[in-house]
Design a protein around this ligand. Structure first.
Ligand SMILES: Cc1cc2nc3c(=O)[nH]c(=O)nc-3n(C[C@H](O)[C@H](O)[C@H](O)COP(=O)(O)O)c2cc1C
Length: 145
C-alpha cells in the first residue's frame, strides 16, 4: 500500500448468534471467506471477537466497503449490527486482509494485550504498529463497553 493512501474505514459492532459448540468452526469459516474475498476486493481490517461481542473495522474503497457492509449486516450469524463510526484516513490494517483479534484460537493480535511498560526485550518484534494500537484500543473500548 502506498504511503499516505486515504481509505474509507467503517467500524461496526454486533452480537454473535452462533451457538458455543459451533463457534470455532463457524469463526474459522468467516475468517477464511473474509480473507480470500477481502484480498480480491482490496479490503483490509480487523475482526475482534470477545464472548458474543463483535467489533469489526473494514477499510478500502468507499463503495466496496459499503457494499460489503450491506452483505455482512444481513448475515444471520450475528444481529444487532450497528455502525460505530466511519472515517476517511490512512489505511491502518494494511498487513491484514482480516486480522483475527481474539483471546484464544490463534489470534493474529491478542485481544487483551499486556501494555508494554518497557520490560520487553529490545530484540522482540513488535506485534502491532502504533497506528494499529490506536485503532484497536478504540475497538476494544466498544467491545467492553
Ligand atoms: C461477523 C462477520 C464478519 C464478516 N466479515 C466478512 C469480511 O470481512 N469479508 C467478507 O467477504 N465476508 C465477511 N463475512 C461474511 C459475509 O457475511 C458473507 O457470508 C460472505 O461475504 C458471503 O460470501 P460468498 O458470497 O462467497 O458465500 C462476515 C460475516 C460475519 C458474520
Amino acid at each position: 500500500m502506498a504511503d499516505g493512501e486515504q481509505v474509507f474505514r467503517l467500524t461496526y459492532k454486533s452480537r454473535l448468534r452462533v451457538p458455543q459448540h459451533d463457534r470455532k468452526a463457524e469463526l474459522g469459516a468467516i475468517f477464511s471467506t473474509a480473507r480470500s474475498k477481502n484480498t480480491r476486493a482490496g479490503i483490509t481490517g480487523a475482526l475482534l471477537v470477545w464472548e458474543d461481542h463483535i467489533v469489526q473495522s473494514l477499510e478500502g474503497d468507499e463503495d466496496t466497503v459499503r457494499a460489503l457492509y450491506d452483505v455482512i449486516e444481513r448475515d444471520p450469524r450475528h444481529d444487532r449490527v450497528e455502525v460505530i463510526g466511519t472515517e476517511t484516513a490512512a489505511r491502518v490494517f494494511g498487513r491484514w486482509s482480516m486480522a483475527r483479534v481474539t483471546e484464544d484460537d490463534e489470534p493474529d493480535i491478542p485481544l487483551l494485550m499486556n501494555r508494554d511498560k518497557g520490560g520487553i526485550s529490545p530484540a522482540a518484534p513488535r506485534a502491532t504498529t502504533p497506528e494499529e494500537d490506536v485503532a484497536l484500543d478504540a475497538m476494544r473500548e466498544h467491545v467492553r463497553g
